[in-house]
Design a protein around this ligand. Structure first.
Ligand code: GLC
Length: 567
């Protein structure tokens, strides 16, 4: 097997700290909870953990509005609790990466409090200020992107909520302060960072106005009501047009190089993964980010063989074209997107499709990222009572369309509940006890628990059931871990015209592995002509009672996922 870095062979698992595990019984996840679940994660087969922000925050954006980059949110524990968690994870053989939010801070961060206090304080230029709004830019979360501050008599820019002012990254002091924060955690031993929303760090220096004839709320509403293909196309074009001047501005490559140098001061192959799909931010392949997410794979309503094949062809060619060959990074879900089980389901075969999609992410070439809860088949829970929304983007949208657009409150609540990210952030379901075992029965969890915990969607029941989703993930993860070609091998699509199944090879000089994912409700008999190979030795199937088969006749069950070593 070629020598790969740990972050190339690792299986990453995203922990959303608020919802993962509640150790002190207050209805909010915390480090005590995470520590108690390290054995669970190890047994699942996870190699590395990505923690969504655990820093102090007023929580306008669930922790992505940070008020102290070197602390721990009191509801999650203390710095010592974090250290214990980190040590525990390392002792379990798992790495830990943190979420580094560079674009903006909380408006309660001392840097912003100082910056907004006057026009001539030492941090006056740490954020992006203007005497009058210089354009019609929108915040992607809550309307106008420029907000007035009476103390300065000026406006500051925010791409996200008004509680998330954008830092001025053209100011070297900002970089210094942020790199110091990164070093604070690197010194403690964290293994790297997931870099939040890097595309939004630099804007168009000409501040070019957008040309979309709608407000943000109108555009969202337009998107909801769009039906014809022409309307859908127009909606997509408007989304792109509205925000295109607010990301991708010049400067990011240099910034990523600078941060990479900070990481490279440390031993142990610390790593950076960017919340961006643009392979350009991997630089030469060895001087900017180690990984960027393959978001185009998940940007679709249905995962189909045609979509995946096209995606792989494009991505892998781009990665191969880098001066130092790049490495892929595949995921289908995170805290910002509808859960895999719901989003890619067809309403009839959701469990089968979820299993196929798990096999997909765990067999494609590249580093896989799972999102907590997908391993037990958690699904979206739509909240329709506005007072229960915790994602303030949904609260804003509800109010905007009721007040500005006159949408009836019941419909507005449903629409806001559907667009809200609360639906995919509900507490992890640990058992069949009240509140899914997340917190004590008498305590209200910070978001409601999906009631399907009582129908077997919980860790405890699934641990004891060999046919469960959880045990399916465990088996798959074990097979991945033990199969060098799946970890390191090249990728070659087979039967490239097939529309209902996706077949491909992963191979090293020593091993060839065939993966077939049958995305159809029909059984199939397939034959493969692979030079020098005649037999497909079973490594894994989603079905029971499957055996080795001749490559001349492989019998697939409906929705079967099959992995076989060729001989
Ligand atoms: C990223 C995060 C998202 C957050 C946003 C602003 O996209 O994943 O949750 O709201 O950045 O920080």
């Amino acid at each position: 097997m070629p020598t790969l870095k740990w972050w190339q062979t690792a299986l990453f698992y995203q922990i959303y700290p608020r919802s993962f595990a509640d150790g002190n019984g207050d209805g909010i996840g915390d480090f005590a909870g995470m520590i108690a679940k390290l054995d669970y994660l190890k047994e699942l087969g996870v190699d590395a953990l990505w923690l969504s922000p655990h820093f102090p925050s007023p929580n306008w954006d669930c922790g992505y509005d940070i008020s102290d980059y070197c602390g721990v949110a009191p509801e999650y524990g203390t710095l010592q609790d974090f250290k214990n968690f980190l040590q525990g994870a390392h002792e379990h053989g798992m790495r830990v990466i943190l979420d580094l939010v560079l674009n903006h801070t909380s408006d309660e961060h001392p840097w912003f409090l100082e910056s907004k206090s006057s026009r001539d304080n030492p941090k006056a230029d740490w954020y992006v200020w203007a005497d009058t709004p210089p354009n019609n830019w929108q915040s992607c979360f809550d309307g106008e992107a420029w907000t007035f501050v009476p103390e300065r008599g000026q406006y500051y820019y925010h791409y996200f909520m008004k509680q998330q002012p954008d830092l001025n990254w053209r100011n070297p002091a900002v970089k210094q302060a942020m790199w110091d924060a990164a070093r604070f955690w690197l010194d403690m031993g964290v293994d790297g960072f997931r870099l939040d929303a890097i595309g939004t760090i630099y804007e168009d220096p000409n501040l070019t106005p957008h040309t979309v004839p709608m407000s943000l709320a109108e555009l969202r509403r337009f998107g909801e009501l769009a039906q014809t293909p022409a309307e859908v196309r127009l909606k997509n074009r408007y989304w792109h047009e509205m925000f295109k001047y607010q990301h991708g501005g010049p400067g990011l490559h240099d910034l990523m190089k600078e941060l990479r140098l900070v990481l490279d001061e440390y031993d142990g192959d610390r790593m950076l993964v960017g919340e961006d799909e643009n392979i350009d931010y991997m630089g030469s392949g060895d001087d900017e980010l180690h990984l960027v997410f393959n978001f185009p794979l998940m940007k679709t309503d249905r995962i189909t063989p045609v979509h995946v094949r096209r995606n792989q062809q494009q991505r892998l060619a781009q990665l191969d074209a880098l001066p130092v060959r790049g490495w892929g990074c595949n995921t289908l879900g995170n805290h910002d997107s509808s859960r895999i089980y719901t989003r890619y389901g067809d309403g009839v075969h959701n469990p089968q499709l979820a299993r196929l999609n798990a096999a997909l992410v765990l067999t494609l070439r590249g580093t896989p990222f799972l999102y907590n809860g997908e391993e037990i088949g958690m699904s979206d829970l739509i909240i329709t009572e506005p007072e229960k929304f915790r994602d303030t983007m949904a609260t804003w949208y509800y109010q905007a369309i009721v007040q500005e657009l006159g949408v009836p409150p019941t419909e507005a609540a449903l629409r806001a509940g559907m667009m809200s990210r609360d639906k995919n952030r509900t507490p992890l379901q640990w058992s069949n006890a009240p509140n899914g075992g997340f917190c004590p029965p008498a305590v209200s969890p910070w978001l409601p628990v999906n009631p399907d915990y009582a129908q077997g969607v919980n860790v405890q029941d699934q641990t004891n059931n060999p046919a469960s989703m959880l045990n399916y993930y465990k088996r798959l993860i074990q097979v991945r871990r033990q199969t060098p070609a799946l970890l390191a091998g090249e990728y070659a699509p087979l039967h490239p015209q097939a529309r209902t199944y996706f077949a491909f090879l992963r191979y090293t000089p020593q091993q060839s592995v065939l993966v077939i994912l049958n995305y159809s409700d029909k059984p199939r008999r397939l034959s493969f002509d692979i030079p020098g190979k005649t037999i497909a030795r079973l490594l894994f199937s989603s079905e029971i009672n499957k055996t080795d088969e001749s490559l001349a006749g492989i019998h697939l069950a409906p929705f079967e996922a099959r992995i076989a070593e060729l001989g």
